[in-house]
Write a protein that binds this ligand. Structure first.
Ligand SMILES: [Zn+2]
Length: 379
Protein backbone atom coordinates (compact mmCIF):
# COMPACT_ATOMS: atom_id res chain seq x y z
CA UNK A 1 0.00 0.00 0.00
CA UNK A 2 1.26 3.45 -0.87
CA UNK A 3 0.58 6.58 1.12
CA UNK A 4 -0.42 9.59 -0.94
CA UNK A 5 1.70 12.55 0.25
CA UNK A 6 -0.12 15.63 1.59
CA UNK A 7 -3.16 13.55 2.51
CA UNK A 8 -3.87 14.33 6.14
CA UNK A 9 -6.50 12.03 7.56
CA UNK A 10 -7.72 14.06 10.49
CA UNK A 11 -10.97 14.77 8.66
CA UNK A 12 -13.94 13.62 10.79
CA UNK A 13 -15.70 12.51 7.62
CA UNK A 14 -12.99 9.94 6.79
CA UNK A 15 -12.72 8.90 10.44
CA UNK A 16 -16.41 7.92 10.33
CA UNK A 17 -15.48 5.37 7.67
CA UNK A 18 -13.04 3.66 10.04
CA UNK A 19 -16.05 2.09 11.77
CA UNK A 20 -16.12 -1.34 10.15
CA UNK A 21 -19.83 -1.73 10.85
CA UNK A 22 -20.42 1.05 8.30
CA UNK A 23 -18.60 -1.11 5.74
CA UNK A 24 -20.48 -4.20 6.85
CA UNK A 25 -23.75 -2.31 6.30
CA UNK A 26 -22.70 -1.21 2.80
CA UNK A 27 -21.33 -4.63 1.77
CA UNK A 28 -24.45 -6.42 3.01
CA UNK A 29 -26.66 -3.99 1.09
CA UNK A 30 -27.27 -6.63 -1.58
CA UNK A 31 -29.02 -4.25 -3.99
CA UNK A 32 -26.10 -1.85 -3.89
CA UNK A 33 -23.27 -4.34 -4.03
CA UNK A 34 -24.79 -6.63 -6.66
CA UNK A 35 -25.74 -3.64 -8.86
CA UNK A 36 -22.05 -2.69 -8.97
CA UNK A 37 -21.00 -6.34 -9.26
CA UNK A 38 -23.33 -6.95 -12.20
CA UNK A 39 -22.55 -3.63 -13.89
CA UNK A 40 -18.83 -4.49 -13.78
CA UNK A 41 -18.65 -8.28 -14.21
CA UNK A 42 -21.37 -8.53 -16.87
CA UNK A 43 -19.44 -6.04 -18.99
CA UNK A 44 -16.02 -7.69 -19.32
CA UNK A 45 -15.83 -6.26 -22.83
CA UNK A 46 -15.64 -2.76 -21.31
CA UNK A 47 -13.05 -3.71 -18.65
CA UNK A 48 -10.72 -6.02 -20.53
CA UNK A 49 -7.13 -4.66 -20.38
CA UNK A 50 -8.35 -1.29 -19.13
CA UNK A 51 -6.89 1.00 -16.47
CA UNK A 52 -9.43 1.65 -13.73
CA UNK A 53 -9.60 4.00 -10.77
CA UNK A 54 -11.81 3.16 -7.75
CA UNK A 55 -12.46 6.23 -5.60
CA UNK A 56 -13.31 5.70 -1.96
CA UNK A 57 -12.65 1.99 -2.47
CA UNK A 58 -13.25 1.12 1.21
CA UNK A 59 -12.68 -2.59 1.72
CA UNK A 60 -11.91 -2.96 -1.99
CA UNK A 61 -14.73 -5.15 -3.26
CA UNK A 62 -15.42 -2.96 -6.34
CA UNK A 63 -11.71 -2.98 -7.24
CA UNK A 64 -11.72 -6.77 -7.05
CA UNK A 65 -14.83 -6.87 -9.30
CA UNK A 66 -12.93 -4.74 -11.84
CA UNK A 67 -9.90 -7.02 -11.74
CA UNK A 68 -12.17 -10.07 -12.11
CA UNK A 69 -13.76 -8.38 -15.15
CA UNK A 70 -10.35 -8.18 -16.82
CA UNK A 71 -8.91 -4.77 -15.90
CA UNK A 72 -5.12 -4.75 -16.31
CA UNK A 73 -4.57 -2.14 -13.58
CA UNK A 74 -6.78 -0.78 -10.79
CA UNK A 75 -5.83 2.22 -8.66
CA UNK A 76 -7.81 1.75 -5.45
CA UNK A 77 -7.89 4.99 -3.47
CA UNK A 78 -9.15 5.22 0.09
CA UNK A 79 -8.69 8.16 2.47
CA UNK A 80 -9.59 6.35 5.69
CA UNK A 81 -7.46 3.73 7.46
CA UNK A 82 -9.67 1.04 5.93
CA UNK A 83 -7.16 1.21 3.05
CA UNK A 84 -5.10 -1.27 5.12
CA UNK A 85 -7.94 -3.81 5.06
CA UNK A 86 -8.36 -3.24 1.32
CA UNK A 87 -4.70 -4.16 0.89
CA UNK A 88 -5.34 -7.44 2.72
CA UNK A 89 -8.45 -8.21 0.66
CA UNK A 90 -6.44 -7.64 -2.52
CA UNK A 91 -3.76 -10.03 -1.23
CA UNK A 92 -6.19 -12.80 -0.25
CA UNK A 93 -7.59 -12.64 -3.79
CA UNK A 94 -4.05 -12.79 -5.26
CA UNK A 95 -4.55 -9.54 -7.15
CA UNK A 96 -1.51 -7.56 -5.88
CA UNK A 97 -0.10 -7.33 -9.41
CA UNK A 98 -3.31 -5.70 -10.71
CA UNK A 99 -4.71 -3.62 -7.83
CA UNK A 100 -2.54 -0.87 -6.32
CA UNK A 101 -3.99 0.48 -3.06
CA UNK A 102 -3.35 4.11 -2.15
CA UNK A 103 -4.05 5.58 1.27
CA UNK A 104 -5.07 9.22 0.87
CA UNK A 105 -7.42 11.57 -0.91
CA UNK A 106 -7.94 11.45 -4.65
CA UNK A 107 -7.40 15.23 -4.73
CA UNK A 108 -3.75 14.58 -3.71
CA UNK A 109 -3.24 11.52 -5.92
CA UNK A 110 -0.82 11.45 -8.83
CA UNK A 111 -0.75 8.83 -11.56
CA UNK A 112 2.49 6.93 -12.11
CA UNK A 113 4.73 8.75 -14.61
CA UNK A 114 4.15 6.18 -17.37
CA UNK A 115 0.34 6.49 -17.26
CA UNK A 116 -1.45 9.48 -18.77
CA UNK A 117 -4.98 8.74 -17.71
CA UNK A 118 -7.47 6.05 -16.70
CA UNK A 119 -10.08 4.40 -18.94
CA UNK A 120 -12.75 3.88 -16.28
CA UNK A 121 -13.61 5.49 -12.94
CA UNK A 122 -15.68 3.42 -10.53
CA UNK A 123 -17.04 4.90 -7.34
CA UNK A 124 -19.87 4.39 -4.90
CA UNK A 125 -20.14 8.03 -3.86
CA UNK A 126 -23.88 8.36 -3.29
CA UNK A 127 -25.27 9.58 0.02
CA UNK A 128 -28.77 9.92 1.40
CA UNK A 129 -31.02 11.68 -1.20
CA UNK A 130 -27.99 11.20 -3.52
CA UNK A 131 -26.04 14.32 -2.57
CA UNK A 132 -25.54 14.06 1.22
CA UNK A 133 -21.81 13.88 2.10
CA UNK A 134 -20.86 15.59 -1.19
CA UNK A 135 -18.52 12.85 -2.25
CA UNK A 136 -19.68 13.60 -5.79
CA UNK A 137 -17.15 16.44 -5.79
CA UNK A 138 -14.25 13.96 -5.50
CA UNK A 139 -15.76 11.82 -8.28
CA UNK A 140 -15.96 14.87 -10.56
CA UNK A 141 -12.45 15.95 -9.57
CA UNK A 142 -11.15 12.54 -10.65
CA UNK A 143 -13.16 12.70 -13.88
CA UNK A 144 -11.70 16.10 -14.76
CA UNK A 145 -8.12 15.22 -13.80
CA UNK A 146 -7.60 11.55 -14.60
CA UNK A 147 -10.21 10.20 -17.03
CA UNK A 148 -9.14 9.70 -20.63
CA UNK A 149 -11.25 11.22 -23.38
CA UNK A 150 -14.08 8.74 -24.10
CA UNK A 151 -13.45 7.11 -20.71
CA UNK A 152 -16.33 5.59 -18.77
CA UNK A 153 -17.88 6.43 -15.42
CA UNK A 154 -19.53 3.79 -13.20
CA UNK A 155 -22.24 5.02 -12.62
CA UNK A 156 -22.71 7.54 -15.45
CA UNK A 157 -26.15 8.99 -14.66
CA UNK A 158 -28.04 9.82 -11.48
CA UNK A 159 -31.63 10.94 -11.00
CA UNK A 160 -33.43 12.38 -7.98
CA UNK A 161 -37.19 11.75 -7.61
CA UNK A 162 -39.81 13.05 -5.25
CA UNK A 163 -43.41 12.23 -4.33
CA UNK A 164 -45.92 13.24 -1.66
CA UNK A 165 -46.38 10.49 0.91
CA UNK A 166 -48.25 9.38 4.00
CA UNK A 167 -46.39 8.53 7.19
CA UNK A 168 -48.73 6.55 9.45
CA UNK A 169 -45.76 5.39 11.57
CA UNK A 170 -45.17 9.00 12.57
CA UNK A 171 -48.69 10.33 12.83
CA UNK A 172 -51.11 7.55 13.75
CA UNK A 173 -48.91 5.62 16.19
CA UNK A 174 -49.43 8.07 19.05
CA UNK A 175 -53.19 8.38 18.66
CA UNK A 176 -53.41 5.75 21.37
CA UNK A 177 -50.20 4.08 22.48
CA UNK A 178 -50.55 1.11 24.90
CA UNK A 179 -53.95 2.43 25.89
CA UNK A 180 -52.79 6.02 26.47
CA UNK A 181 -53.53 9.01 24.20
CA UNK A 182 -50.17 10.62 23.36
CA UNK A 183 -51.06 13.24 20.74
CA UNK A 184 -49.46 16.10 22.71
CA UNK A 185 -46.18 14.26 22.67
CA UNK A 186 -46.67 13.48 18.97
CA UNK A 187 -47.20 17.13 18.14
CA UNK A 188 -44.01 18.22 19.93
CA UNK A 189 -42.07 15.33 18.47
CA UNK A 190 -43.22 16.35 15.00
CA UNK A 191 -42.18 19.95 15.62
CA UNK A 192 -38.76 18.84 16.75
CA UNK A 193 -38.28 16.46 13.84
CA UNK A 194 -39.46 18.92 11.21
CA UNK A 195 -36.08 20.67 11.41
CA UNK A 196 -34.27 17.78 9.74
CA UNK A 197 -35.11 15.10 7.18
CA UNK A 198 -35.83 11.55 8.31
CA UNK A 199 -34.12 8.53 6.80
CA UNK A 200 -36.80 5.86 6.87
CA UNK A 201 -37.92 2.92 4.74
CA UNK A 202 -41.21 3.60 2.96
CA UNK A 203 -43.41 1.13 1.11
CA UNK A 204 -44.75 1.96 -2.35
CA UNK A 205 -48.26 2.06 -0.80
CA UNK A 206 -47.23 5.05 1.31
CA UNK A 207 -46.67 7.17 -1.79
CA UNK A 208 -49.61 9.30 -2.92
CA UNK A 209 -48.04 9.57 -6.38
CA UNK A 210 -45.60 7.34 -8.24
CA UNK A 211 -43.13 10.24 -8.24
CA UNK A 212 -41.68 12.92 -10.45
CA UNK A 213 -38.15 13.55 -11.59
CA UNK A 214 -36.51 16.42 -9.71
CA UNK A 215 -33.11 16.30 -11.38
CA UNK A 216 -31.42 14.14 -14.02
CA UNK A 217 -27.66 14.31 -13.79
CA UNK A 218 -25.35 13.33 -16.63
CA UNK A 219 -22.23 12.54 -14.63
CA UNK A 220 -20.03 12.83 -17.72
CA UNK A 221 -20.77 16.53 -18.09
CA UNK A 222 -22.19 17.86 -14.79
CA UNK A 223 -20.25 20.46 -12.75
CA UNK A 224 -20.39 20.66 -8.96
CA UNK A 225 -22.10 24.07 -9.24
CA UNK A 226 -24.97 22.44 -11.17
CA UNK A 227 -25.91 20.42 -8.09
CA UNK A 228 -25.12 22.99 -5.39
CA UNK A 229 -28.66 24.32 -5.55
CA UNK A 230 -31.46 22.28 -7.08
CA UNK A 231 -34.94 23.72 -6.75
CA UNK A 232 -38.17 22.63 -8.43
CA UNK A 233 -41.90 23.23 -8.10
CA UNK A 234 -44.12 20.15 -8.29
CA UNK A 235 -47.76 19.75 -9.18
CA UNK A 236 -49.13 16.23 -8.87
CA UNK A 237 -52.55 14.63 -8.66
CA UNK A 238 -52.92 12.24 -5.77
CA UNK A 239 -53.26 8.68 -7.04
CA UNK A 240 -55.15 7.50 -3.98
CA UNK A 241 -57.15 8.59 -0.96
CA UNK A 242 -54.81 9.37 1.93
CA UNK A 243 -53.08 11.88 4.14
CA UNK A 244 -50.44 14.12 2.65
CA UNK A 245 -48.03 14.02 5.60
CA UNK A 246 -44.64 14.43 4.00
CA UNK A 247 -42.49 14.46 0.91
CA UNK A 248 -40.33 11.50 -0.03
CA UNK A 249 -37.03 11.77 -1.94
CA UNK A 250 -35.05 8.94 -3.54
CA UNK A 251 -32.52 8.41 -6.31
CA UNK A 252 -31.48 6.07 -9.09
CA UNK A 253 -28.14 5.53 -10.83
CA UNK A 254 -27.41 3.82 -14.13
CA UNK A 255 -24.20 2.22 -15.38
CA UNK A 256 -22.67 1.95 -18.85
CA UNK A 257 -23.04 -1.40 -20.60
CA UNK A 258 -21.73 -3.10 -23.69
CA UNK A 259 -24.17 -3.32 -26.57
CA UNK A 260 -25.29 -6.89 -25.81
CA UNK A 261 -26.06 -6.24 -22.13
CA UNK A 262 -29.04 -4.60 -20.45
CA UNK A 263 -27.84 -1.51 -18.56
CA UNK A 264 -27.93 -1.98 -14.78
CA UNK A 265 -29.96 0.47 -12.67
CA UNK A 266 -29.50 0.89 -8.93
CA UNK A 267 -32.78 2.25 -7.58
CA UNK A 268 -33.58 3.37 -4.05
CA UNK A 269 -37.28 3.86 -4.85
CA UNK A 270 -39.84 2.74 -2.23
CA UNK A 271 -41.17 0.33 -4.87
CA UNK A 272 -37.81 -1.48 -5.12
CA UNK A 273 -36.07 -3.85 -2.68
CA UNK A 274 -34.67 -1.96 0.32
CA UNK A 275 -31.18 -0.46 0.37
CA UNK A 276 -29.16 1.08 3.22
CA UNK A 277 -30.06 4.51 1.80
CA UNK A 278 -33.74 3.80 2.59
CA UNK A 279 -35.71 6.94 1.62
CA UNK A 280 -35.34 10.53 2.74
CA UNK A 281 -38.53 12.07 4.07
CA UNK A 282 -39.39 15.65 4.93
CA UNK A 283 -42.22 15.44 7.44
CA UNK A 284 -44.93 18.10 7.41
CA UNK A 285 -45.86 19.82 10.66
CA UNK A 286 -49.11 18.36 11.99
CA UNK A 287 -51.03 21.53 11.19
CA UNK A 288 -50.10 21.29 7.49
CA UNK A 289 -51.27 17.71 6.94
CA UNK A 290 -53.99 17.42 4.28
CA UNK A 291 -56.43 14.63 3.57
CA UNK A 292 -56.52 14.15 -0.19
CA UNK A 293 -58.84 12.34 -2.56
CA UNK A 294 -57.84 10.56 -5.78
CA UNK A 295 -57.01 13.20 -8.44
CA UNK A 296 -56.79 15.98 -5.87
CA UNK A 297 -53.99 18.41 -6.70
CA UNK A 298 -50.91 18.57 -4.46
CA UNK A 299 -48.25 21.23 -4.98
CA UNK A 300 -44.94 21.99 -3.31
CA UNK A 301 -41.55 23.51 -3.93
CA UNK A 302 -38.53 21.46 -2.95
CA UNK A 303 -34.96 22.65 -2.85
CA UNK A 304 -31.70 20.86 -2.07
CA UNK A 305 -29.01 23.42 -1.37
CA UNK A 306 -25.40 22.83 -0.40
CA UNK A 307 -24.31 24.44 2.86
CA UNK A 308 -21.59 27.02 2.51
CA UNK A 309 -20.13 26.46 5.97
CA UNK A 310 -20.22 22.66 6.20
CA UNK A 311 -19.73 21.78 2.57
CA UNK A 312 -20.55 18.07 3.04
CA UNK A 313 -24.07 18.89 4.17
CA UNK A 314 -27.09 20.13 2.29
CA UNK A 315 -30.22 21.94 3.42
CA UNK A 316 -33.48 20.49 2.23
CA UNK A 317 -36.34 22.93 2.12
CA UNK A 318 -39.97 22.14 1.49
CA UNK A 319 -42.51 24.87 0.81
CA UNK A 320 -46.09 23.70 0.63
CA UNK A 321 -48.14 25.45 -2.06
CA UNK A 322 -51.93 25.76 -1.91
CA UNK A 323 -52.93 23.91 -5.07
CA UNK A 324 -56.20 25.88 -5.20
CA UNK A 325 -54.28 29.14 -5.50
CA UNK A 326 -52.05 28.36 -8.47
CA UNK A 327 -52.57 27.89 -12.20
CA UNK A 328 -53.29 24.32 -13.20
CA UNK A 329 -52.12 22.79 -16.47
CA UNK A 330 -54.61 22.81 -19.33
CA UNK A 331 -56.42 20.53 -19.48
CA UNK A 332 -56.19 19.32 -15.90
CA UNK A 333 -57.57 16.03 -14.57
CA UNK A 334 -57.94 17.27 -11.00
CA UNK A 335 -61.20 17.38 -9.06
CA UNK A 336 -61.48 21.17 -8.79
CA UNK A 337 -64.73 22.50 -10.25
CA UNK A 338 -63.05 24.88 -12.67
CA UNK A 339 -60.86 22.10 -14.11
CA UNK A 340 -63.80 19.71 -14.43
CA UNK A 341 -65.84 22.42 -16.19
CA UNK A 342 -63.00 23.38 -18.46
CA UNK A 343 -62.40 19.78 -19.45
CA UNK A 344 -66.11 19.35 -20.27
CA UNK A 345 -65.92 22.58 -22.28
CA UNK A 346 -62.90 21.31 -24.24
CA UNK A 347 -64.65 18.03 -24.92
CA UNK A 348 -67.64 19.88 -26.33
CA UNK A 349 -65.30 21.95 -28.50
CA UNK A 350 -63.68 18.79 -29.80
CA UNK A 351 -67.08 17.30 -30.57
CA UNK A 352 -68.19 20.52 -32.26
CA UNK A 353 -71.17 20.77 -29.90
CA UNK A 354 -70.35 24.12 -28.35
CA UNK A 355 -73.05 26.73 -28.41
CA UNK A 356 -72.69 30.39 -27.54
CA UNK A 357 -74.51 29.92 -24.24
CA UNK A 358 -72.05 27.38 -22.95
CA UNK A 359 -69.16 29.66 -23.71
CA UNK A 360 -70.57 32.50 -21.64
CA UNK A 361 -71.44 30.19 -18.79
CA UNK A 362 -67.87 29.00 -18.52
CA UNK A 363 -66.41 32.48 -18.55
CA UNK A 364 -68.70 33.51 -15.72
CA UNK A 365 -67.65 30.48 -13.72
CA UNK A 366 -64.01 31.38 -14.17
CA UNK A 367 -64.60 34.99 -13.15
CA UNK A 368 -65.98 33.79 -9.86
CA UNK A 369 -62.95 31.63 -9.22
CA UNK A 370 -60.10 33.98 -9.88
CA UNK A 371 -58.91 36.46 -12.44
CA UNK A 372 -55.54 34.85 -12.70
CA UNK A 373 -56.90 31.48 -13.60
CA UNK A 374 -59.21 33.00 -16.15
CA UNK A 375 -56.27 34.47 -18.03
CA UNK A 376 -54.48 31.19 -18.02
CA UNK A 377 -57.47 29.22 -19.16
CA UNK A 378 -58.13 31.59 -22.03
CA UNK A 379 -54.57 31.35 -23.20
ZN1 LIG B 1 -56.80 21.17 -11.88
Amino acid sequence: MKNIPESANNDEYFKSYEDLEVHELMLLDVERTTAYGNAIRQNEELFKDKIVMDIGCGTGILSVFCAQAGAKKVFAIEASNVAGICEEVVAENNLENIIDVFHGKVEDFQLPADINGVDIIVSEWMGFYLLHESMLESFLFARDNFLNKDGLLFPDTASIYTAPCQLPQMFELWEEYLGVRMTSFRQRLREQKSTKPEIVPLSAEQLLHSGELMSWIDLKTVCQEDVDNISETFFMLSESHGNFQGVCIWFECTFPSSSDQTPITLSTSPGQPATHWKQTVIVLPEISVLTVEPNEAIAYELSIKRNKSTARGYTLQLDQIDADEIDHPIPCDCIMTKCILFKAHLKKLENGQLEDDDDEELEEEQDENSENKETTLRN
